[in-house]
Ligand binder design. Structure first.
Ligand code: OAD
Length: 233
């Protein structure tokens, strides 16, 4: 690979990650064969209407997701990114993942665009807290007397405006975006690397398959994240 693609040639790097970065840890992706949305209908398990109808069923689905993630750990790709950030504090990680693996690996400058499997919230009282119980104690009530819901962006939900704005600012300030393991089909997240490119940033993709980003990228590394990411270091 040409030396010009190495991270050392850039000043402000944003890593934009999706489910593919955690695939080698053992967490299933959403789309494609064996993907989560192949097995579970989002309208039954991942939207506010489903939660209002049957919070128990929605929590059981999220308990399963918690169990899977709790049985896995960050892989070399998460660790490479965290180590790079330690050396280059300008670095920002924007993730669509809810597994918490970037924090577990030591990443500090992190925006979780789709929330976290390990936080719950109550919109009526505007409260939020960390919780790692499996199964989640659904009988616990929020200060407003509500069932706590996972603090995850479900289908039909709004994204957290503050997180989005900070993530967008990081993209706009970047000179390199490394897109790792995302199909690029979910908006507005998918638009950010393209906004960065319009402002002059280079785009590099790491994905064994073509994605919606591929045609825009300056370089596509076709392979698993743990194998391809070290080539940029
Ligand atoms: P997807 O499941 O849509 O895409 C995963 C991508 O990872 C695919 O392009 C795979 O080719 C790639 N991939 C698989 N194994 C990989 C590996 N070892 N290394 C690198 N790449 C690999 O997941 P996302 O793009 O993250 O949203 O999905 C975006 C959003 O859609 C999710 O955050 C979730 C979902 O609905 C919400 O829940 C709001």
């Amino acid at each position: 690979m040409d030396d010009k693609w190495k991270l050392k040639n850039f000043e402000r790097v944003v890593f934009f990650t999706g489910a593919g970065i955690s695939a080698e840890s053992g967490v299933p992706t959403f789309r494609g064969k064996g993907g989560l949305w192949d097995q579970y209908k989002p309208e039954e398990y991942a939207c506010q209407e489903a939660f209002d109808r049957d919070p128990q069923a929605v929590w059981e689905f999220h308990d399963k997701r918690r169990e899977i993630v709790a049985g896995c750990k960050p892989n070399a790709a998460h660790h490479h990114i965290a180590a790079y950030e330690k050396e280059h504090p300008n670095t920002v990680v924007v993730t669509q993942n809810i597994d918490g693996f970037h924090q577990d690996a030591g990443t500090q400058n992190l925006y979780e665009m789709h929330g976290s499997l390990w936080h719950v919230r109550c919109d009526a009282s505007g409260t939020k807290k960390e919780n790692r119980d499996i199964p989640f104690p659904i009988e616990d009530r929020s200060p407003a007397g509500e069932v706590w819901r996972p603090d995850i962006v479900w289908f039909g939900d709004y994204l957290n405006e503050d997180t989005i704005q900070k993530a967008r600012n990081a993209f706009h300030a970047s000179d390199l975006v490394v897109i790792v393991g995302t199909s690029g089909v979910v908006w507005p997240a998918a638009g950010f690397p393209l906004e960065a490119q319009k402002r002059g940033a280079t785009l590099i993709e790491i994905n064994p398959e073509e994605s919606d980003f591929s045609i825009y990228c300056d370089l596509c590394l076709r392979g698993p994240a743990t194998q391809e990411l070290p080539k940029l270091l």
